[in-house]
Design a protein around this ligand. Structure first.
Ligand code: HEC
Ligand code: HEC
Length: 360
């Protein structure tokens, strides 16, 4: 038995207060942990981050094998992202304590697998808080960065930069390095030649100003059973229109059918932890990585079975493909995904922990 020691960010970070990290020591079973990490990666992560961490299999899931990323992201950074996810983005929480499928040992195996993909030596990051002007940085951000990262840094074609879990684990040195050196093989340019050092400080200070507290309380609710899978079991058939591309239904159509009391099954294809945070009322957690759960007890009598996720299609599409492969006759993907559903103010059930970004 080998013992591994690693840092795991477990506590809160106020806007610019000290990072609080705990040292976790856990036993790592002997054996080829990298190969085991790869298996976990293929089951849980490849759907979005692509084979071998090449990135962008779905939406804006970044390149985990990127040389600049791996040379600057610490093990604690990677662990925290996997454990807690990036709330409000398709990156779910996978940690058991958040209702996800992975133990700390599994997460550590994943990190060791990601490390095995690292091709550049660990970078020396400049320490110390950025000494920039937030307002100047905000202007530069709008001009130079928002087209890819979104006007509020909430993410667009590129990853979000305002995510509390991200900003908890990314030091100012990490942010500076990404801005200076960019990310080889991705659209992220290196701004080293273009920006004077003060401009890099300004943008870094602006990003730091977006940090918020992380709600890190574990959620312990138990998902419901399949017995009550059908919503409105004695309601009418929803009479859905023809599916776009044979698979997609607009969110508005689904919402209207639910209001009319139509009969259907809704499956939340995200990690269970995300279902615990918030879900469409009546939806069952059927994560994309759990095929047994998908097909075990769902009705085969022609009741519509709709899946959704946040991606907006990757995980739900995978669930629907699995159901179709098993002969379920009427299945569809909710086209716009759950974030758009929430944005439009459609009904949502919130779990015990109020998620970040939830309406008050
Ligand atoms: C449903 C799609 C999806 C799945 C599945 C997924 N991710 Fe992600 N992941 C994302 C997206 C999208 C982001 C960027 C989030 C953001 O914009 O903040 C991300 C971000 C990350 C980050 C942070 C990267 C950074 O630069 O800050 C890490 C680390 C990560 N994912 C690892 C994993 C691992 C390991 C797994 C498997 C256990 C996994 N992801 C599964 C979509 C996914
Ligand atoms: C043309 C699109 C584009 C522009 C413009 C752009 N970025 Fe990026 N940026 C990206 C992409 C794509 C990534 C993720 C690359 C990957 O997969 O590793 C990224 C990654 C980053 C990261 C690392 C995030 C993480 O999770 O590790 C930071 C920090 C960043 N960008 C800051 C900036 C800033 C600041 C600017 C403006 C000065 C900017 N970017 C402009 C596309 C862009």
């Amino acid at each position: 038995m080998r013992y591994h020691r690693w840092l795991l960010g477990v506590a809160l970070l106020t806007a610019c207060g000290p990072r609080v990290e705990a040292t976790v020591i856990e036993a790592m079973p002997d054996g080829d942990v990298v190969a085991e990490g790869q298996k976990l990666y293929e089951k849980y992560c490849k759907l979005c981050h692509a084979e071998a961490g090449r990135g962008y299999a779905s939406d804006n899931a970044n390149q985990l094998a990127n040389p600049e990323f791996l040379s600057t992201a610490s093990d604690a950074f990677l662990m925290l992202a996997v454990d807690q996810g990036h709330p409000g983005t398709p990156m779910g929480a996978y940690g058991e304590s958040f209702g996800g499928p992975l133990s700390h040992v599994d997460e550590r195996k994943l990190v060791l697998y990601l490390r095995s993909l690292q091709t550049k030596p660990t970078a020396k990051l400049v320490t110390g808080a950025a000494q920039g002007d937030v307002a100047r940085g905000a202007t530069i951000f709008q001009e130079q960065c928002s087209s890819c990262h979104g006007d509020k840094a909430q993410g667009a074609s590129a990853v979000s930069l305002n995510n509390p879990v991200f900003l908890l684990s990314a030091s100012d040195g990490y942010l500076r390095y990404a801005i200076e050196h960019g990310r080889t093989g991705t659209p992220m340019p290196a701004f080293q030649g273009e920006f004077v050092p003060q401009t890099i400080e300004d943008v870094t200070s602006f990003l730091r100003s977006l940090a918020r507290n992380v709600e890190s309380a574990p959620r312990g609710e138990v998902p419901p059973s399949f017995e009550n899978a059908v919503i409105h079991p004695s309601g009418p058939d929803p009479n859905f229109p023809a599916l776009r591309e044979g698979r997609f239904l607009p969110a508005a159509v689904v919402k209207e059918a639910l209001e009319k009391g139509a009969k259907m099954v809704l499956l939340d294809a995200r990690p269970t932890s995300e279902w615990l945070n918030s879900h469409i009322p009546g939806a069952l957690p059927v994560p994309y990585y759990d095929p047994d759960r998908m097909t075990a007890k769902l009705p085969r009598d022609g009741t519509w079975i709709l899946a959704y996720c946040g991606c907006p299609h990757a995980a739900s599409g995978h669930v629907v493909d699995t159901l179709r492969g098993q002969g379920f006759p009427r299945t569809a993907v909710i086209d716009e995904g759950v974030f758009e559903w929430v944005r439009r103010g459609y009904p949502i059930t919130y779990g015990r922990a109020q998620p970040l970004g939830a309406p008050p």
